[in-house]
Design a protein around this ligand. Sequence first.
Ligand code: CU
Length: 254
Amino acid sequence: MKHRIALASALASAFVLAQLLPASAHMQMIAADSLLVARPGPLTLTLSFGHVDGSGPMLDMPRPARLTVIHEVQRQSLLDDLTEAEAGKAFQVPLRVDGFGDYVVALEGAPYFDPAEGAVVEQFTKAVLNLGGAPSDWFDQIGLPVEIVPMVKPYAVPAGSVFTGRVVTRTGAVGYTQVELIRVAGNPADPPERPWPGALTVITDDEGIFNVTIPAAGSWLLAAYGAGPQKRTDTGQPLTQDALLVVQAHDWFR
Ligand SMILES: [Cu+2]
């Protein structure tokens, strides 16, 4: 245990560039044209699942267990408004963005058995949209079984700058857990990209805090796999509870 902590400390401030192997994990993504919403009104969110980094296909997405939007602490379920898109491979949902401030969207995936992991996987993905630049809810912990709480506005990251966040459960910080930064492939609103089927991996410190540089403009996903507290399903199968957060970086200084 001592050894593990020493090793973890040594790695805490350093990047580990993953081998350029296809990421094995399947990720649940929330996409919008932009997380920075230009004007009040309705917009469409797309929920998808699979090889979000482009290293493989997108997969059929089970109907989510919960889908919630939080704006000025008010919670609203969007589950009844879901429609299937792309022949079952994704869902779309309308979101009305009227008042200024942040809109925290929380997607709680239905548990599914992933043969590649040999485990049941439960993913909790958050994306934060903003209208008008006025901050409201973006840094709040919202009470998911495990979540990444941003310490930098996740919709307003200058490309090349450092992003800081915290991995937490309902009862506390998740220390010494890995957080991967994954390039989201194929968002039409993003600048042209080179394929990058890898991930930057960092670990959290004992307060669950991590830092990672966001290398370029566009859509990114942060993922803390298996960071959740529950390791077995009610029927005793291995369970991994993953926390994901969508980040959008911008070329503001070019
Ligand atoms: Cu796969």
